[in-house]
Design a protein around this ligand. Structure first.
Ligand SMILES: [Zn+2]
Length: 335
């Protein structure tokens, strides 16, 4: 049994707003607890969709799209259930940091979690065992956070199972994002089994994610794509009927591959990163990603970093100061 409790029912009919409550008794708050905002609406018969943002606390398009949805929740005519958590890693969200300020863990590398673990492990465990277990569909909304800036990009896992593949393809088409990145969820960014998507899949929950901006700011294009996409997915899965939200603003979707490690550039040294490409640029194989200058011996020639593969520049580092192992950005190649 999780030590996290909800102030509202996840299962009763009606629209409710409240908190998940995590006991957190510390120096300045004996018997204190952490409160994570949650909204649930259940009405009629239909699917359950779990909408989660703020897994990383320095990403804002997802939380804002869900704030706006929460504002409409009481009047929204649905057939099924919506479970909405705009800042599921609330300690990180209030600190505006990627990882939790309490235990330094990255929630999206902490699945399946532990019911009696640290705060982040408890949140992961609650998502896996109390939320995903109720959901037919889940959307986990991200951006590049503080250190990366993304072109708004819906991300779809690639499954070997044909039926899952076809369900995901339907969701992707309904969402209507101009750019869709396809990735192998089981290997996602070295996350292995510790990422949200793989736990969702093990619970037989169809899952989408996405990067809708970054740089600790709000990307208005990303917010618009996300808000419209959510409403189109609701209609696609039968949660809402009729025309809800704006129709898709564009007519073509570009499908991109994110599997290839040669699409990524990393810094091998400490220094100042001068990028040599812009977000949205089309780069040939071997193109210069940037030059890194040694701040202690600035008379030395800079280290040149190149992308091995070519493609569309969908991601770039925001911070100029780099150290060995930092991601400088990445490309995506056409599928
Ligand atoms: Zn994130």
């Amino acid at each position: 049994m999780s030590t996290i409790t909800s102030s509202i029912s996840l299962d009763e009919i009606g629209a409710r707003f409240g908190y998940l409550r995590i006991p957190h008794s510390v120096h300045d708050s004996a018997y204190g607890h952490i409160r994570i905002p949650i909204a649930v609406k259940r009405q009629g018969e239909g699917p359950t969709i779990l909408l989660v943002a703020g897994v990383h606390g320095d990403e804002y398009e997802g939380p804002l799209a869900l704030y706006s949805l929460m504002g409409e929740l009481e009047s929204l005519d649905i057939h099924g259930r919506l479970i909405v958590l705009p800042s599921v890693n609330h300690p990180a969200f209030t600190a505006a940091t990627r990882c939790s300020p309490i235990d330094s863990l990255n929630l999206n590398r902490s699945f399946p979690g532990a019911e009696h673990g640290s705060v982040t492990q408890k949140i992961a465990d609650y998502i896996a065992n109390e939320l995903l277990s109720r959901a037919d569909y889940a959307i986990d909304m991200h951006s590049g956070g503080s250190s990366l800036q993304y072109l708004p990009l819906l991300l779809a896992p690639t499954w070997s199972d044909a039926s899952k593949r076809s369900t995901i393809a339907g969701l992707v088409e309904a969402f209507g994002s101009p750019l869709v990145g396809h990735f192998d969820s089981l290997k996602a960014l070295d996350g292995g089994d510790s990422v949200f998507g793989n736990v969702a899949d093990r619970q037989n929950c169809h899952f989408l994610t996405g990067e809708f901006g970054g740089g600790s700011t709000v990307n208005l294009d990303g917010l618009r794509i996300l808000s419209g996409g959510l409403r189109r997915v609701f209609r696609h899965i039968g949660l809402t009927k009729g025309e809800i939200g704006e129709p898709s603003q564009h007519h073509t979707t570009r499908h991109l591959n994110l599997h290839d490690p040669d699409l990524f550039a990393f810094s091998p040294v400490h220094g100042i990163f001068q990028p040599e490409y812009k977000l949205g640029a089309e780069l040939a194989p071997g193109a210069l990603a940037g030059r890194i200058f040694d701040m202690t011996q600035p008379w030395l020639p800079p280290v040149e970093i190149r992308f091995k593969a070519g493609g569309l520049a969908v991601c770039i580092r925001t911070f100029a100061v780099v150290k060995p192992g930092d991601c400088l950005g990445h490309l995506a190649s056409d599928l």
